[in-house]
Design a protein around this ligand. Structure first.
Ligand SMILES: [Fe+2]
Ligand SMILES: [Fe+2]
Length: 168
């Protein structure tokens, strides 16, 4: 799969997972185990693999098309901010697991804000970044020799997590 299609597929998976998580967060009872697994999936996939892949793609394209430099830096900063937000959520969850008092409403609110920030980022990239990147990569092709994660495992994990979220 080429890098653009890979990114599109990642976005579709992440959007669906975030949509289901958002739905779950409107239930009275939260399943903390399921939330933890979802955060871990997004951490492993989006943060360790997907964001670096986008950063590398934009770095390459902005060297050929300086008009993309601003977009590249904007997205890089966004990735750093999103990752910091994810770490805060994970810390809150750990505190809850260690029975430190964190009001559930506060945790729910933080998660909803986190979901919304992730969704805004994905939407922005789908609307603005991917069309430009797709266009410019045709002009300045590059063979991204990017070590794919164990994709089959990730897809299985995605499928089982989204199934669990749907039935939660
Ligand atoms: Fe991104
Ligand atoms: Fe992305």
């Amino acid at each position: 799969m080429n890098i653009i299609n890979q990114l599109k597929q990642d976005h579709a998976h992440l959007q669906e997972m975030l949509r289901l998580l958002d739905e779950h967060l409107h239930h009275d009872e939260l399943d903390l185990g399921l939330i933890k697994e979802t955060l871990a999936y997004i951490g492993d996939y989006a943060e360790r693999y997907h964001h670096p892949m986008e950063d590398r793609l934009l770095n390459h394209l902005s060297q050929h098309n300086p008009r993309l430099t601003k977009l590249y830096h904007h997205l890089q900063e966004d990735h750093i901010t999103l990752e910091a937000q994810s770490n805060q959520i994970r810390e809150q969850l750990e505190a809850i697991e260690m029975s430190t008092v964190v009001p559930m409403d506060e945790f729910r609110r933080s998660l909803l804000l986190w979901v919304a920030a992730q969704q805004r980022h994905l939407h922005y990239e789908d609307q603005y970044m991917l069309p430009v990147a797709e266009h410019d990569l045709r002009l300045y092709p590059e063979n991204f020799d990017w070590p794919l994660p164990p994709n089959v495992g990730l897809i299985t994990q995605y499928q089982s997590l989204t199934r669990d979220l749907r039935s939660s």
